[in-house]
Design a protein around this ligand. Structure first.
Ligand code: PLP
Length: 460
């Protein structure tokens, strides 16, 4: 007997019917979904969600890795209301600005480690990475190296769903739709030791993957390569934590060939690994940082592209007009919510707690519970993000041929057990809100265990 019930709630049926009639949902087969009917999420509080049938879920994915502060925080709601009353909209075009966006910028740069000077605000992570393409090319024009146009991304990297950001990403099935990638974007391998490491140790494999970047730069010509773009840990592409040897070698190569190092921190930013930014966890210093999600804890859309002082000052001093602007970028209400979110994260020491308390606790419990599990070949993660690699045969790291079906099934069972965990490329992923307590971590793990055990039993 599973915990969750599906009552024939008229509200659920109504919303499912409207959804089926009018909505194209994200990343799924709409026709298949229409037969099944989506869950209709109605309420959120802390780390919990309730659907319109009254089922309660522990949201082990903080929405889409974004509600870092948890659901329903009154300070963020109050900040939005105050700002809506004061100045509901204005922009930063044509010689204007407003207090909210400036208060946010000051706070953002007080949190950023290293020498960063400017930010271009956007409404999403995809837009941050679209802006990245134009800004990086503009930078190289301005500093007199206009031939540097090519971006190098990684297979299975994810940088968003718009034309440029999906091109930077390395998701094959996305590229197959819409003739992507666009010109001058190429990809190298992902640092996924479990799948591709063969007989190499993780550290040897990490260096080898990084050296693929060097080989690609030499093949294309360093005078043609603008930037390397990657997530510090690869999120949607399987929550892959690269071996420790990877990032220092990538940084060395980028510096040696004057290739910009662009970190997509849309998931990793704002405390996920126990550092404010994930590149701090891995010990490298990017030239640009793409941000979104945790910036506002998902309460309202906002993203941005942070630039190193070298880039920001070159663009400002020598760039003249940058012909770029988004009507809602730096929106006052989003900025006020972001500031309230950062206030709460700082005031309550939440990122520090992820580093010293809740993060280590989650990681320890996962290893205790799943370390010897027959279905789990590897456990990766740090802070409040983790992945369980499913596999058929641990000693040889053999994966299931139908691994995506298996992890998708595990995710569905998770819903039945009252926990939301994500399935991606043969791995089960969790990234709960950063406010999660020890008791809630216990619940997350015990329900995940039920889901993994039931999946294992079904496979037989
Ligand atoms: N970059 C990364 C690393 C992401 O994980 C995502 C979304 O999951 C994006 C960019 C795109 O962000 P958005 O969905 O806000 O456009």
């Amino acid at each position: 007997m599973t915990q969750q019930q599906h009552a024939a709630n008229p509200a659920t049926q109504r919303y499912q019917a409207i959804d089926a009639a009018h909505h194209i949902n994200a990343f799924l087969d709409q026709k298949a979904l229409n037969q099944e009917g989506p869950r209709v999420m109605a309420t959120g509080k802390g780390v919990y969600l309730w659907d319109t049938d009254g089922n309660k879920y522990l949201d082990g994915m903080s929405g889409l890795w974004c509600t870092n502060i948890g659901y329903g925080r009154q300070e963020l709601i109050a900040a939005a209301t105050r700002q809506l009353e004061q100045l509901s909209y204005y922009n930063t075009f044509f010689h204007t600005t407003h207090p909210a966006v400036n208060e946010l910028s000051e706070r953002l740069f007080s949190l950023l480690p290293g020498d960063y000077s400017h930010v271009i605000y956007t409404n999403s992570g995809s837009e941050a990475n679209e802006v990245l393409i134009r800004t990086v090319r503009r930078y190289w024009d301005v500093v007199g190296k206009p031939s540097k146009k090519i971006f190098i991304g990684r297979h299975n990297g994810y940088h968003g769903s718009t034309v440029g950001s999906a091109s930077l990403g390395g998701m094959k099935f996305m590229h197959e739709m819409g003739d992507l990638p666009i010109a001058n974007i190429v990809h190298i391998g992902e640092p996924y030791w479990f799948a591709h490491g063969g007989q190499l140790s993780p550290e040897e494999f990490g260096r080898k993957c990084a050296q693929e970047l060097e080989a690609k730069i030499l093949e294309l010509g360093a005078d043609k390569v603008a930037a390397f773009v990657a997530e510090p840990f690869q999120g949607a592409g399987g929550m892959i934590f690269p071996p420790q040897s990877y990032w220092p070698e990538i940084q060395r190569i980028c510096r040696q060939y004057d290739v910009l190092l662009c970190a997509d921190e849309v998931i990793g930013g704002f405390g996920r690994t126990g550092e404010w930014f994930a590149h701090e966890h891995f010990g490298f210093q990017p030239d640009t940082i793409s941000i979104a999600k945790g910036l506002t804890s998902g309460y309202i859309p906002m993203g941005g592209l942070v630039l190193s002082r070298r880039m920001g000052e070159a663009l400002v001093e020598h760039g003249g007009v940058f012909a770029h602007g988004l009507t809602y970028a730096g929106h006052p209400v989003a900025a006020a919510v972001a500031l309230a979110n950062l206030d709460a994260l700082q005031r309550e020491g939440i990122v520090e707690r992820v580093k010293t308390d809740t993060g280590p606790y989650l990681q320890k419990c996962l290893r205790e519970v799943f370390g010897q599990h027959p279905l789990v070949g590897e456990i990766q993660g740090s802070g409040l993000v983790a992945a369980l690699q499913f596999c058929q045969h641990k000693p040889t790291r053999q994966r299931f041929a139908n691994e995506n079906d298996i992890t998708w099934r595990c995710r569905s069972i998770g819903f039945e057990e009252g926990v939301i965990i994500r399935s991606t490329l043969g791995r089960m992923i969790m990234a709960p809100a950063l406010v999660i307590s020890h008791g809630e971590i216990d619940e997350l793990i015990s329900k995940t265990k039920l889901a993994v055990d039931r999946t294992a039993a079904e496979i037989g």
